[in-house]
Design a protein around this ligand. Structure first.
Ligand SMILES: C[S@@+](CC[C@H](N)C(=O)[O-])C[C@H]1O[C@@H](n2cnc3c(N)ncnc32)[C@H](O)[C@@H]1O
Length: 221
């Protein structure tokens, strides 16, 4: 594969998007529709909006610890890796072993973790990382079945606890479901758990159109 420009002046070897990986993802939706949560992987336009929210121009240079949840076939992973260009550390957690295995093959610079995000603090600890307060950026490609917003077993407080003081959490959602109860619970919970919360305009170039929530500065109780 030819090297892609990272946009930072450094060159990194990254695969370009391949329709066969998109097709593999769609096949996993047929196998496990609830966990996979979408029929088709996110678009490059949505991946860019997610990476803008997660890393931004100011964050790219300082070697952050980035943890991605529900990496799937790597739509967000590739864009994040491209911007990180080898700086910092990038973990990508994915429950589906077939998707995780393929992602690890395609992106050797990313630490692919074939596991359940419910185990996030343990997954960090076994890698010698702090299980609380040490992650700079968490990017979630998860659906509601894994984030469980508004429920007693919501993943969001766990994520907030893993983040460093100025840490950032990014979660995408579909515009057409924005007024559904779990989506409203998610926004409410993010406002409770973080000092700052914003949402992008609709990214129309995604199927279906989507929004990106960015929550920063987890509130410590
Ligand atoms: C909506 S897809 C998003 C995939 C990719 N980030 C994208 O935007 O194209 C959700 C992904 O989360 C994974 N997933 C679901 N539950 C999970 C869990 N408990 N732990 C880790 N990954 C999970 C699914 O297998 C699927 O690949």
């Amino acid at each position: 594969m030819p090297p892609e420009s990272s946009g930072s002046g450094r060159e990194v070897e990254l695969p370009t998007r391949d329709w066969r990986d998109d097709a593999r993802f769609a096949a996993q939706f047929v196998r496990a529709p609830v966990a996979t949560a979408s029929v088709w992987p996110s678009s490059t336009a949505l991946a860019r909006a997610v990476a803008d929210a997660a890393l931004g121009p100011a964050r790219a240079g300082d070697g952050p610890l980035v943890v991605e949840l529900g990496a799937g076939s790597g739509a967000f992973t590739v864009e994040l890796a491209r911007r990180l260009a080898g700086r910092g550390r990038h973990l990508a957690v994915e429950l589906n072993p077939a998707l995780a295995h393929r992602l690890a093959e395609r992106l050797p610079s990313v630490e692919v973790v074939p596991a359940d995000v419910a185990e996030l603090p343990t997954l960090l600890a076994v890698r010698g990382l702090p299980s609380t307060g040490g992650v700079d950026v968490v990017v979630s490609g998860l659906g509601w079945s894994a984030t469980r917003p508004g429920r007693d077993d919501s993943l969001l407080p766990v994520v907030a606890a893993t983040l460093a003081r100025g840490g950032v959490f990014v979660q995408f959602g579909y515009t057409f479901t924005r007024w559904a109860a779990p989506a409203r619970a998610l926004e409410r919970e993010l406002r409770e758990l973080f000092g700052e919360m914003s949402t992008t305009a609709t990214v129309w170039r995604n199927l279906p159109p989507a929004i990106v929530h960015r929550a920063a500065h987890p509130v410590r109780t």
